[in-house]
Design a protein around this ligand. Structure first.
Ligand code: PLP
Length: 397
């Protein structure tokens, strides 16, 4: 029987009923502009500030104080937050002659392409290599630091292979050397305990649609006292730091989503790990497969395998025909013929990287989903291999 399994939650998630319920009033009667002084405007502003507190609480930000009420700014998503953090920090520190940035080879493109844009402006960027399991160390960061290092940007958790980086240790190194530290925590929020103060994080990006809020909303945490230049100029919204009439419904939804995601992180993680680990154990039984990423330092809902002698795009199409939404590190996801920079970054040969499959779970998934995937996946792999000249070559060798 054909089922439908959505196993691409690292790409985006479904809006949860609680988020939609919370948003609805602000899409209908609550249309006031949060900058207006009449009641309809004030209500919108109050709803927005409540959501800001929810985000702050989820990140371990000490609650807003009257002398500095804002450390969390709402943005159009994770990409804008990454752009703002990195371009802002670079331009801020360039005034002190610091024009060197440290990041890793396997960041999200919102970070990598931002760094590339800064290189064109004359900034220097060190791209740290990652291990074959997709991890970097605080020692690597320490060794790459220079007198003129302005910023370190390391993602909290990788969106493709799910590896969770030693962020507290990297934060400690950055603090000790007085270098700004940014982390793209889009995939980490709700999956690992985040505490910006204890973990010495200066700048942090997050996104709503990866945690069951809507697309087009995110936030940037910016530690008090860092005078980050604006990315979006215009009106005086967000205390003059991020212009544009606020999307109250999306903001309210983000607040509810992040609160839900960060309530009982261990409990949610345990449930997702059960799905993940069963899938990993069973898929590992298939001939010539490789688990990508680290088995331990891994997001609870992430499974990523390479299948030798299989073409990722064909695999995704076959799974789609069986009602399974997944993704791959191959051509069709990136819109180019190059395999994913993440899979190449952990040292996979091109042809192995091309045969990759990422399955990512959220609270919406169940063990029945895993059963169904396991029911059909081995057959799909055998069928594709039977037609593959590459597989023939591999097995004859
Ligand atoms: C999805 C994602 C982004 C981009 O977030 P948007 O809200 O889609 O702009 C950035 N970084 C990581 C790690 C992501 O997974």
């Amino acid at each position: 029987m054909k089922q439908f399994v959505y196993a691409d939650n690292a790409a985006t998630t479904k809006i949860s009923p609680a988020v939609l319920d919370a948003m609805m009033p602000w899409l209908t009667d609550g249309y006031g502009n949060a900058s207006s002084i009449y009641q309809k405007g004030r209500e919108a502003r109050l709803a927005m500030e409540k959501a800001r507190h929810q985000v702050e609480k989820a990140l371990g930000v000490p609650l807003s104080r009257p002398d500095y009420p804002v450390e969390v700014y709402f943005t159009s998503g994770g990409s804008e937050a990454d752009n703002w953090a990195i371009k802002g920090a670079a331009h801020l520190m360039a005034k002190q002659g610091k024009k060197h940035i440290i990041t890793t080879v396997f960041e999200h493109h919102a970070v990598l392409h931002t760094c590339a844009a800064l290189e064109k402006e004359g900034f220097e960027v060190t791209y740290l290599p990652v291990s074959d399991r997709g991890l970097i160390t605080a020692e690597q960061v320490q060794a790459a630091l220079r007198e003129d290092t302005a910023l370190v940007s390391v993602m909290y958790a990788n969106n493709e292979i799910g590896t969770v980086q030693p962020i507290p240790q990297i934060g400690a190194v950055c603090k000790k050397h007085g270098v700004l530290f940014h982390t793209d925590a889009v995939q980490a929020v709700g999956n690992v305990p985040i505490h910006v103060v204890e973990q010495n994080i200066d700048l942090l990006s997050l996104s709503g649609h990866k945690i069951h809020a809507q697309k087009g909303i995110g936030a940037l945490y910016c530690r008090k006292g860092i005078r980050l230049p604006n990315l979006i100029d215009g009106g005086a919204q967000e205390r003059g730091h991020r212009a544009g009439t606020e999307n109250i419904a999306a903001i309210v939804g983000l607040g509810v989503a992040i609160e839900a995601a960060c309530t009982d992180i261990p409990g949610r993680a345990a449930r997702l790990c059960a799905l993940r680990d069963r899938l990993i154990a069973e898929i590992s039984q298939i001939d010539r497969v490789h688990l990508n990423g680290d088995p331990v330092h891994r997001l609870p809902g992430n499974v990523n395998f390479s299948f030798e002698g299989v073409e990722g795009e064909a695999l995704l199409l076959s799974l789609d025909a069986l009602g399974i939404c997944a993704s791959s590190g191959s051509a069709c996801t990136s819109g180019s013929l190059d395999p994913s920079h993440v899979l190449l970054g952990i040292g996979l040969p091109h042809e192995v990287a091309h045969g990759s499959l990422r399955l990512t779970f959220s609270d919406d998934n169940t063990m029945e989903d895993v059963d169904y995937i396991l029911e059909v996946l081995p057959g799909v792999i055998s069928r594709l291999r039977a037609m593959s000249p590459l597989w023939e070559r591999i097995t004859k060798a």
